[in-house]
Write a protein that binds this ligand. Structure first.
Ligand code: SAH
Length: 345
């Protein structure tokens, strides 16, 4: 039975499922069964484009740690570490400044955890943040993690707001409005939006950001959350699916395409600050990497490997140029109340 058959049978038996349940179950199955990254997979991420991405993040962490007084014991925590590439590059750069933290990975996929074990054998793996030690400051990184978490959608119908569901049209999975009224969930600004308007929220991203804020406040430390997303709340579905580097219908290949949604960066700082953490700022990835010295690092790598200069420069351009990843991706910085302001914000 294909993954799509399983979803079809589930919906035929129990009725339409919410977009949130659909996305959560589709991604759980998707990530657990494969390595989705790289040219042979479905999508590519910044650390897989160039070692410079992880190195600059490692330098940012080392700088924060240094100016916070170089605490002797500290934990590096990465959420959704993919192949472990970012961790390898960041920890390598940090080590040159004397920062050698314990390494903790929060990873749901057994396929990716196996790859990570090959890259960073002495890491400790966690299913979620609850088992991360609470005895020392945390240096936290999450790149393209929040966009994979399940979003909830509501849709305006002529008779009010409803949860957006996934139902069946013959053998095809299709989005449709649910039965239960959801008008109470709508922000006042959208109460009279025209039929067809879709609003979305990511309760899991909110819960994780709150926990990061709480941990930073209690234990000390700093966090970088990097993802593509929007700076303001807006209407419209951002649910999308990538397969073999091409966008596909998000309802066509459940469990076999990467489902993501834009991260709503407008709500996250407030959530972390409500837990007592300090918001360092949210800036575009291009500006952040440039401020951390992307150009100098590019030149140094080109000097060390002149034959690869064109590829190294192309990678730097891809990471930072506004028409590539530079403007779409945002970097949100958080830290403990007593920690120093971060470079690049
Ligand atoms: N950060 C990596 C990988 C991004 S892909 C990179 O930049 O290359 C998303 C990652 O988050 C994968 O490692 C995936 O297995 C993990 N992930 C997705 N949903 C998760 C969840 N609910 N809990 C834990 N990990 C999850």
């Amino acid at each position: 039975m294909t993954p799509k058959d399983r979803f079809t049978r589930l919906i035929a038996t129990t009725g339409p499922i919410s977009v949130a349940q659909y996305m959560a179950e589709s991604n759980a199955r998707y990530y657990d069964s494969r390595d989705p990254l790289g040219s042979a997979g479905d999508f590519i991420t910044a650390p897989e484009i160039s070692q410079m991405f992880g190195e600059l993040i490692g330098l940012w962490l080392a700088d924060m740690w240094d100016r916070a007084g170089r605490p002797a014991h500290v934990h590096y925590v990465e959420l959704g570490p993919g192949r472990g590439t970012l961790a390898r590059d960041a920890l390598g750069a940090a080590r040159r400044f004397g920062l050698t933290p314990d390494v903790h990975f929060v990873e749901a996929s057994s396929a990716l955890a196996a790859l990570q074990r090959g890259t960073i054998p002495d890491a400790t793996w966690h299913a979620d943040l609850s088992t991360i030690p609470d005895d020392a400051p945390l240096l936290i990184v999450a790149n393209e993690f929040l966009d994979a978490l399940a979003i909830r959608q509501i849709v305006r119908t002529p008779s009010g707001w409803r949860e957006r569901m996934v139902g069946l049209d013959g053998d095809n999975l299709v989005p449709m409005a649910g039965d239960r009224p959801m008008d109470a969930a709508v922000p006042a600004a959208f109460a009279d939006a025209p039929p067809g308007t879709i609003l979305e929220a990511c309760p899991a991203a909110a819960a994780i950001t709150a926990e990061l804020g709480r941990r930073l406040c209690v234990q000390g430390g700093a966090a970088l959350v990097i993802d593509y997303g929007r700076a303001q709340m807006a209407s419209g579905s951002t649910l999308q699916a990538l397969r073999a580097h091409n966008p596909v219908d998000p309802f066509a290949h459940p469990g076999e395409a990467d489902l993501t949604a834009h991260v709503d960066f407008s709500v996250l700082p407030e959530i972390a600050q409500a837990q007592g953490a300090r918001w360092l700022g949210t800036v575009e990835q291009g500006a952040f990497l440039t401020a951390l010295g992307l150009a100098a690092r590019t030149q140094a790598l080109c000097r060390a490997a002149p034959a690869k200069s064109a590829a190294i420069e192309a990678a730097a351009h891809r990471l930072a140029a506004p028409e590539e990843m530079g403007a779409l991706f945002q970097v949100m910085g958080l830290c403990a109340p007593g920690w120093p302001p971060g470079a690049g914000f």
